[in-house]
Structures are given as C-alpha cells and as structure tokens.
Ligand binder design. Structure first.
Ligand code: PEP
Ligand code: MG
Length: 579
C-alpha cells in the first residue's frame, strides 16, 4: 500500500530511488577548563580548524562545474566570508581567553548567540541565514573533533539514492550532486535556506520537512519524492512508481527544452512583450540572472549590505556596490529598494534596543528610514549618485500613507539640492516607485500612483498583512494563500490603477515567479514581472505559450469568483487551455 508523507517542495523534479537515511550530525561537546598556559595552544588549534574549513570550502568551490558557477559559488563564498568574519574568529578567540575554555565550547556559545539574533529577524530570507551559522559551525567543529578533518559523513557512493537527513549543509549538497544522488529530503530548513537554493541551482529534486520519514521509511526502501508538491511516497505499488517515473521523465524533457529560451526576450504567442526582471540580494546574483535573459533588476534588496558588517555601510561603499551592479547590467535598469530594515531585522548598531511587541507592524521599511535620517541620508545619496552611471530607479517599501510618499519626495528634493550645490552629478529625473505591500496601499493605489512613476506589488507582505498571517510563523503557514479572493481583488485594483494612469505596475513578490500563476496574472493585465533567477525560464516558457489578448478576454470571469476553490478551478482551466 502506497504511503505518503507531506513536506514542502523546494526544488522541482521527481526522484525515485533507495532511501539513504543519515543520522544526526552531532558531537558531544562538554566544557573543559584550561590552564593559563594552555590557552595559546587552544587558540592555535581553533585558528587551524578555521583555516582547514576555509580550505575545504575553497576546494569544493573550485571543483564545482563552471556552468553552475554563480549561485553555487556565491553561496560557498558567503560561507568563506563568514568563516573569516570577526564573529567566527576574534569573538570566539576572545571567549576562549575570557572563559579559559576549549575551542569547541567557545564556538558553540558563539553559534547559539548568533542564531538567536537571526531567529528574531522577520524577513524570511535573512531568518533562514541562521542555517548557515549552523552549517559553518558544524564544519569547524568537525575539524576540531576529527583533528585531521577526516570525517567524511557522505563518503559512500550514493548514486541514485534519496538522501534523508536532519540537516544538510550547502557544501554537502555539492558533494551529493557530485555523487549523482536522485533526490534530497532534509527535515530542517525552508524554501529560502541556502541548502534549498543550492538544490535548485544544482537541479536536485528536494523536499524539506517530512519529519516522519525517520520513523516510517526504512534504510534502502524505494522512495519517491516530488519536489514540486512536497509529496514523499514509499511502499508504492508498481502503477504509482510507473506514474511518477513518467512524470519525472516529462519534467526533465521540459527542463531541457527550456534552455533554448535563455537570453531570449519574453514575448507572448500574440507578440505582446512582457518584462521579466530579476530579484537580487547581492551582486553575485546578477550574472546568473543575465545568463537567462532578463530586462533588468526589478528588486534589489539592499539589506544584506547593512547586515554583513557591524558597521553601517558608508556612502562610498554603497556607491561602489550600486555602480558595480550597473556595470554588470550593461544599460539594463536597476531598481533599488530602499532599506527595509526594522527593529526586527536590525543592524548591529541598534542591537540591545528593546524590540517592539509586533515587529511586522512596527517601525520598518520607509517608516524607519523617514524617522532615522542619519541612516537614510548616505543610502539615498549613494543611490542618487549611482544614477549618474546608469538607469537607476528608487523603490519605497512598506508604503501605507500618502504622507510617506510626499515626505520622501521632500527629503529627496533636499538631497538633490545638496548634491547640486556640491556639483555632484545624478539623474535629475530618477524614477520613484512604491511597493504595494499593505492592503491600505493597494486600496489607495489610484491616488498614490499620481505621485509616483511606478508601483510594484510585494505579494509576500501583501498576503501577510491582508490575511493576518505572520509569514515567519510555521504554525499558520497553511493559511498562506495567493489565490484568496481578497488578494486577487487587491492585485486587480493595483493593476487597474496603473492602467488608468498609464504607468507601469510590476509584481515582485514570490507570486510573480510561480509559473502556475503566470497565465492568471497575464489575464489580469500584468505585463511586468520580477522574480528569483531560478523561475525565469519557466515563467518565460509559459508566457511564450500564452495569448495575452485571449487571456484578457477571460478576466471578467475571475472577478465573480468568490472562493479559493473556484479560483483554483479557474486557474487550472487557464493553464490547461492552449488559448
Ligand atoms: C514582498 O513583500 O513581496 C517583497 C518582495 O519584499 P520582501 O520579500 O523583501 O519583504
Ligand atoms: Mg516585503
């Protein structure tokens, strides 16, 4: 009898293979007190473990297939940077000295302190960076525990198996890829963890969650994994295995077919040009996106620049970063989202301040920036100055009142005058857009757009605020529903506002990158999409196989649908039709 377990699909594709169940990567670390004269030796031991971890990662990075480069290499580079950071070197050494303890114990104290900081971040992407802290700590711990660094937990040949583990580091994913595993199930991590991003980049079908796997699946048992639905099956009958085998083959054929779309513009069958842009978090993301053929960057999340260092990034450092992005983009537009920091995902300089009871509803995004002009000024000046070197647009997060837009424009005018007085050049007509992430902003979009050059729908937050679900709270993630009638009505309202005033509306939340929703959004009149690079080819493919005008004709039907179930049927109908 086929038994199924449900997890979250994080990397599409079907895998069928024997289960390889790996136990927890645990070390029994106890605190040891050291004598004064042993400290120096312990410090050396820790430095050696760090150096060994850096060398191991660099070796892995350098043997990674060059066609996969950007994403994979940038994740490994991030880990190398973290290993060289004060937090992992000086701070741990200081703990060894202060507590006169063994390096393993000091590292664990530091790891737990860092994880606590990341855990309280509201942004999914940044919160999931706590997994990286675990991964790199484990790597150093392994080197400390197995002094020669000879612990190779995944050394056996795992070709065609489905690896089930409590946690897998991005570095281990590269090793698994080299070994040609069929699929991966990790009970920890989420869709935005680096482990998941890595699995997607390397094209390994993967599911996270599904904790019961450890109780229910036996070592070596034939297991099926669907990386799209998150379904894990075992004890499957012959017909089920055959069915999934066919699905897997079709998926691979489809992916192979998508490669021909690389570098091509997104055009519907009836010749409507659709804009496809990329969401990026760091410069390294640009190259990968460009290879796939994009029209620019529709969302540059600038927070990482602020969170990577204990010090606020200077105007010059930011200018350098933005101009490098422009250089890489070779004339394609760069939409810089102004800082979306809050008390929850705060910069090191504000740690220690009392956190608000409800961070998502507190001082974040544009609210924080308009209150803290010392923080905002170098940021905005750098953006303005960068605009002299290429097409830059400014995008404001978390707009909820007209006053914020007007206040921002006033402040921008002041900075422009200052730059003029200093004879520093910038684009006098730099475009300003507002993110629609709060229901109030969606409902007032027709008014806001008259003061702005464009709007961009941030569905991740819009869904959170409209449906009253904390996007970081796993207990209510089943309520997260992009097809809730209320969400579609709000999105419709924003698209109509753009149409009425002949100004562009983009969607840059995760909804824009879901190929199952592309036709629905086209039918609602959306022409500008911005998404993670890994979704670009699939969305481009759906666009290339759709008729914009025919889809538009079906938009009427949508407005009368009042339940998610009816909307799901409607979306399936749109996706089935060759239209
Ligand atoms: C959004 O809210 O949809 C969005 C794109 O912004 P972020 O995910 O960075 O909050
Ligand atoms: Mg947002």
């Amino acid at each position: 009898m086929t038994v199924s377990i449900h997890g979250i699909g994080v990397s599409r594709g079907i895998a069928i293979g024997q289960a390889y169940i790996r136990g927890r990567n645990q070390f029994d670390i106890v605190k040891k007190s050291l004598a004064e004269d042993q400290i120096e030796q312990e410090i050396d031991r820790y430095r050696r473990a760090i150096a060994m971890a850096v060398a191991q990662l660099e070796q892995l990075r350098d043997r990674t297939d060059h066609s996969l480069e950007s994403n994979v290499r940038s994740i490994i580079n991030t880990h190398v940077l973290m290993l060289n950071d004060t937090a992992f070197v000086q701070d741990v050494l200081a703990l060894i000295q202060a507590q006169q303890c063994n390096a393993e114990w000091a590292l664990l104290q530091q790891r737990d302190a860092l994880v606590k900081i990341f855990e309280h971040m509201e942004d999914d992407y940044l919160r999931s960076r706590k997994d990286d802290i675990y991964h790199i700590s484990s790597q150093v711990l392994r080197n400390l525990v197995f002094a020669a660094g000879d612990d190779t937990p995944l050394q056996n040949s795992l070709a065609n198996t489905i690896v089930i583990a409590h946690e897998l580091s991005p570095a281990e994913i590269v090793v698994l890829h080299d070994q040609h595993v069929a699929g991966i199930i990790s009970t920890s991590g989420g869709p935005l963890s680096h482990t998941s991003i890595m699995a997607r980049s390397l094209g390994i079908p993967a599911v996270v969650g599904g904790r019961q796997c450890f109780e229910l699946i036996r070592q070596g048992e034939t297991t099926i994994l669907d990386g799209e639905s998150g379904c894990i099956l075992f004890d499957a009958d012959k017909t089920t295995i055959e069915h999934y085998d066919t699905l897997g083959r079709r998926h691979k054929e489809r992916l192979a077919g998508l490669q021909k779309l690389k570098g091509r513009p997104a055009v519907t069958r009836d010749q409507h040009r659709i804009t496809l842009q990329a969401n990026i978090e760091q410069l390294e993301d640009i190259e990968a996106a460009l290879e796939l053929g994009i029209d620019g960057v529709g969302l540059y999340r600038t927070e990482l620049l602020y969170l990577q260092s204990d010090e606020l990034p200077s105007e010059e450092l930011q200018l350098d970063n933005y101009t490098t992005a422009l250089r890489l983009l070779k004339g394609k537009p760069l939409t810089i989202r102004t800082l979306d920091l809050g008390m929850d995902k705060q910069h090191a300089t504000s740690l220690g301040q009392e956190a608000p009871a409800n961070p998502a509803l507190s001082l974040r995004g544009i609210r924080l920036c308009l209150q803290d002009l010392e923080l905002f000024t170098p940021h905005l000046r750098a953006i303005l100055r960068a605009s002299h070197y290429g097409p830059v647009k400014i995008m404001l997060p978390m707009i909820s009142t007209l006053h914020e837009i007007l206040q921002f424009k006033n402040f921008l005018a002041t900075l422009k005058s200052e730059l003029d007085a200093q004879q520093i050049r910038f684009d006098q007509n730099i475009e300003i857009g507002g993110m629609i992430e709060v229901p109030a902003a969606a409902l007032c979009a027709r008014q806001y757009i008259t003061h702005l050059d464009f709007l961009s729908v941030g569905t991740n937050d819009l869904i959170q605020y409209t449906l009253a679900i904390d996007r970081t709270d796993d207990t209510i993630n089943y309520l997260y529903d992009p097809l809730h009638p209320a969400i579609l009505r709000l999105v419709h309202e924003v698209i109509q506002a753009g149409r009425k005033h002949r100004k562009p509306v983009t969607m840059c939340g995760e909804m824009a990158g879901d190929p199952r929703l592309t036709r629905l959004l086209l039918s609602m009149g959306l022409r500008n999409f911005s998404m993670q690079a890994h979704s670009i080819l699939e969305v481009k493919d759906v666009i290339a196989n759709s008729d914009f005008d025919a889809l538009q004709a079906k938009s009427e039907a949508l407005t009368s649908l009042d339940t998610t179930a009816r909307i799901v049927d409607h979306v399936e109908m749109l996706n089935r039709q060759s239209n």
